[in-house]
Write a protein that binds this ligand. Structure first.
Ligand code: SF4
Ligand code: SF4
Length: 348
């Protein structure tokens, strides 16, 4: 696969060419708040910000939309699955978000293969992007997610005067071929890229975890009855913002919407969140995580024990820092909780 370099001006032209051929989503600044970014459909390269710090929403929304129709149903059990998926390019996914997508790929292919998720995933060409501007709450260095080496089709790195565009798949190669003025990256260009990545492994660390992330599942084995859950959850609003912004949260609810004729209708799924009241409510009005402390603890256990158990020990917190910024009472930061447990329970 090719490793090319391209001037920034030529990269803008490349983006415009791609936009002329397919839908492209990239990070753009909010119209009213120039330091606030989110992934939007691009109409031209001019609004694209490859120096963004973090997007408000994680790119998981492109594969698992907040609300989606799964199927329509009719009389006598007939149904038709709904798929709405055209090819698209997702341009500028930071390494920690790419790792979250890789985790979701594993989770959605286990047990029940999620064909709706993979219809979108297979239609996507992902251009990952090494971070240039660290966000105020990122801690990807602590979580070992500051760089990524798989899952994407192209890896893009700003090395100062130009970009390195590194194709990792056939789809990526097709995209790179559109860059007419690209030249082969030299050894010195690749050294500059290595420096960007080595620096990011240290500097994306606004909150430092006091243990290796691989120790977290073991730490949590002895923390179930620790007072931190009750103490911290006292100020939790149960608003679910920490779930909504998280790139690794994937819980959803499914509901049927029946037409007035009581015969036809549609089935939809929408995001849910383990911090929300009612998340575990089942018939007959039984709620098996009824206290806020139970729900608060579950979120932290899910990130560092339950999901790792399913996907070979990978921690389902990639250190993006979005929950830290989103939580009004400032209690969602996983590092603060895990560090408190390390202090109180020690490292074995
Ligand atoms: S738990 Fe917080 S920091 Fe970790 S991945 Fe989710 S939103 Fe990002
Ligand atoms: S931890 Fe913070 S963001 Fe999460 S539900 Fe509680 S108050 Fe909301």
């Amino acid at each position: 696969m090719s490793k090319k370099k391209l001037s920034k001006k030529d990269f803008d032209s490349l983006v415009d060419v791609i936009i002329s051929k397919t839908k492209v989503y990239g990070a753009v600044a909010d119209a009213n708040k120039t330091d606030c970014f989110d992934f939007k459909e691009l109409k031209s390269a001019s609004g694209l910000r490859l120096d963004y710090d973090v997007t408000l929403q994680a790119p998981r929304k492109f594969f698992l939309p907040p609300v989606e129709e799964l199927l329509t149903f009719g009389e006598e059990g007939s149904y038709k699955s709904s798929y709405e998926c055209e090819p698209f390019v997702l341009l500028g996914v930071h390494p920690y978000d790419m790792i979250a997508i890789n985790q979701m790929d594993e989770l959605f292919s286990q047990d029940n293969y999620d064909s709706h998720y993979f219809a979108r995933r297979n239609n996507a060409t992902i251009v990952a992007l090494d971070v240039i501007t660290p966000s105020e709450n990122v801690f990807a260095s602590s979580m070992k997610t500051a760089t990524v080496d798989n899952g994407y089709d192209v890896l893009l790195t700003d090395i100062g005067d130009c970009y390195i565009i590194d194709a990792a798949t056939e789809k990526g190669e097709e995209l790179v071929k559109l860059a007419e003025n690209a030249s082969e990256a030299t050894g010195s260009d690749l050294e500059k890229r290595q420096k960007v990545q080595d620096d990011n492994k240290k500097r994306l660390n606004k909150h430092e975890l006091k243990c290796d992330p691989s120790y977290l599942p073991k730490l949590l084995e002895k923390a179930y009855d620790h007072p931190v859950w009750e103490e911290t959850a006292k100020t939790c609003f149960g608003c679910g913002s920490c779930n909504q912004v998280c790139p690794t949260c994937y819980c959803f609810n499914v509901k049927d919407d029946v037409n007035w004729d009581l015969a036809n209708g549609k089935r939809e799924r929408s995001w849910d969140g383990c911090l929300l009241n009612g998340f575990t409510k089942v018939a007959p009005d039984h709620e098996f995580r009824s206290s806020q402390a139970d729900r608060f603890r579950h979120r932290l256990y899910r990130k560092a024990k339950y999901v790792p158990n399913k996907i070979g020990g990978q921690i389902a917190c990639v250190g993006c820092g979005r929950c830290v910024s989103a939580c009004l009472p400032d209690i969602a930061n996983p590092v603060k909780i895990y560090n408190r447990l390390v202090e109180d329970l020690g490292i074995e």
